[in-house]
Design a protein around this ligand. Structure first.
Ligand code: FES
Ligand code: FE2
Length: 420
C-alpha cells in the first residue's frame, strides 16, 4: 500500500512566493485546514456577528468555528458577552439552536442553570461544599467595534485590535449599526476553501465579467486599473473619477464624516482596511437603480450620497455601509472544501418593510453577487485540486489586496511555527 508522507507545512510556509497564489495543499489539505482553525481562527480576532442580531436582553446567537461553539448573548445590563457553549458540569452543549432568547441558560442534561452573564445559579445535589462561583460559563474575549462583534478564542487576545477599533468606530459612527435592525440574513455554503472565498472578495478584477448588478453603482476606475493599458479617452475618464473621488472625500471629511482610507492589511495580528469608497456619478447605494433602497437613512445620516464605507478585516469579514443600509459579510470555514458565507442586511431600527423599503430591492444586488462569487470560488477550488495546478501571479493593479491577505495568512502561520 502506498504510504503518504506527512505534509511539511513549515517548508510550504517558508517557500511561499510573494505575489503568487498559494501552493495547492493550503487550499485542499485537511492538515492545513486543522492548522487554520487552531492558529488563524483560534488566535486572532474573528468577526462573529452583529449587535443588531441580539437587540433585546436574553437574545443569543450561536457561532461554530470547527469544534469551538460560542454563544453571543445580550445581558440584562445591555452589554454583549461571549461564552463557550459548554456546561461546566459534564460538558454538554447548552444550546443547539442557531439563535433564540432565554431568561436563563438551563442545561438540558441535569439542569444546571446559568444567568445571562454566565454565573452558575443552580446545580442540584452537589453538596454543601460545592462552590458555584467557580463553575460559571467560560468567557470568550469579545469586542464590539461600532456594532460589529469580534471574538478571540485565545487565552490572550492580540491587543493591536485597539488601532483597528479606533479607525472603524469613527467611520461607522454616523451609520449607528449598534441600533440598526436586521432586515435580512442569508447563509450560503460555497464549495471551496475559505481562503479562496476571501481571495475572491479582495479583488474586483473579476467584477466586469461577473457582477453586472454590483457594477451598476461603482465606477470601473474605483477598483484598480493599469494606467499603461488605457486609451487616452479612458485616461481622461480615470482622471475625472480620481478628481471627483478626492473632492467627495474632502467634502465628507469637512462635514465631520470620517472617510479617508486607513490600510494595515498585513504585518500585524489584527489587520484591516477601511475607506469610504465613492460611488459613480449621482449614485447613492448598491442597488439595481443605484438609488437608496430605504427611505429612512441610517443613524444620524441626512445626505443620500455618502458612498459606500467599506471595511475589510483579516481573516474573515467585509462590510459595506451606505447612507440607507449596510451589508455585512462573515466567513466561517466548514471543511477544507466548504465555507459558510453569512450576509446580513441592516437598516435604521425604525424602518418598516413595505413602507420604508422593499426587501427584494434591498437585497437583490448582493444576492446576485453572492451567487456569482460562489460559482467562481467553486470553479477555482476544483481547479486547484488538479495535479497541473501551480501558483499563479496576482495582478499588481487589481489584486494587491489578495496578495496582502495571503501574505498576512503566511505571516501568521509563520509566527506560530516559529514559536516551536
Ligand atoms: S452536563 Fe450540564 S447539567 Fe450535567
Ligand atoms: Fe465577486
Amino acid at each position: 500500500m502506498l504510504m503518504r508522507a506527512p505534509l511539511d507545512i513549515r517548508s510550504l510556509v517558508e517557500a511561499r512566493r510573494p505575489g503568487y497564489t498559494l501552493e495547492a495543499p493550503f487550499y485542499t489539505s485537511r492538515e492545513v485546514f486543522d492548522l487554520d482553525l487552531d492558529v488563524i481562527f483560534g488566535r486572532h480576532w474573528i468577526f462573529a456577528g452583529l449587535e443588531a442580531e441580539a437587540p433585546t436582553p436574553g437574545d443569543y446567537r450561536k457561532i461554530d468555528i470547527g469544534a469551538q461553539s460560542v454563544i453571543l448573548v445580550r445581558g440584562d445590563d445591555g452589554d454583549m458577552r461571549a461564552f463557550h457553549n459548554i456546561c461546566r458540569h459534564r460538558g454538554a452543549q447548552l444550546v443547539t439552536a442557531e439563535r433564540g432568547r432565554v431568561i436563563r441558560f438551563v442545561c438540558p442534561y441535569h439542569q444546571w442553570t446559568y444567568k445571562r452573564d454566565g454565573e452558575l445559579i443552580n446545580a442540584r445535589q452537589m453538596g454543601a461544599d460545592f462552590d458555584k462561583s467557580c463553575h460559571g460559563l467560560k468567557p470568550v474575549h469579545l469586542r464590539s467595534i461600532g456594532g460589529l462583534l469580534f471574538i478571540c478564542l485565545a487565552e490572550k487576545a492580540p491587543d493591536d485590535v485597539d488601532e483597528m477599533a479606533a479607525a472603524i468606530e469613527v467611520r461607522l459612527a454616523p451609520h449607528d449599526l449598534r441600533n440598526a435592525k436586521v432586515a435580512a440574513q442569508m447563509d450560503l455554503v460555497e464549495h471551496g476553501n475559505w481562503k479562496l472565498t476571501m481571495e475572491n472578495n479582495r479583488e474586483c478584477y473579476h467584477c466586469g465579467a461577473s457582477h453586472p448588478e454590483l457594477l451598476n453603482s461603482f465606477s470601473e476606475y474605483s477598483v484598480g486599473f493599469d494606467p499603461g493599458a488605457v486609451s487616452g479617452r479612458q485616461q481622461a475618464e480615470a482622471n475625472a473619477y480620481v478628481e471627483f473621488a478626492t473632492k467627495s472625500v474632502a467634502d465628507w471629511e469637512a462635514c465631520g464624516i470620517a472617510s479617508k482610507p486607513v490600510e494595515h492589511l498585513k504585518g500585524r495580528a489584527s489587520a484591516f482596511r477601511t475607506e469610504r469608497l465613492v460611488l459613480a456619478g449621482e449614485n447613492e447605494s448598491q442597488t439595481m437603480d443605484s438609488k437608496i433602497a430605504c427611505n429612512k437613512l441610517m443613524g444620524t445620516i441626512t445626505q443620500k450620497k455618502l458612498g459606500g464605507l467599506h471595511i475589510h478585516t483579516q481573516p474573515n469579514s467585509w462590510h459595506h455601509a451606505m447612507s440607507d443600509h449596510a451589508i455585512s459579510f462573515c466567513v466561517f470555514p466548514l471543511s477544507p472544501d466548504d465555507t459558510l458565507v453569512r450576509t446580513t442586511w441592516l437598516v435604521h431600527k425604525d424602518a418598516v418593510e413595505g413602507t420604508d423599503y422593499d426587501l427584494d430591492n434591498l437585497t437583490k444586488v448582493w444576492k446576485a453577487t453572492n451567487s456569482q462569487d460562489a460559482a467562481l470560488v467553486e470553479r477555482t477550488h476544483a481547479g486547484v485540486k488538479s495535479s497541473a495546478y501551480e501558483p499563479g501571479p496576482y495582478s499588481p493593479f487589481t489584486e494587491y489586496q489578495v496578495d496582502d491577505f495571503v501574505t498576512w495568512y503566511i505571516e501568521r502561520l509563520g509566527a506560530y511555527l516559529a514559536e516551536g
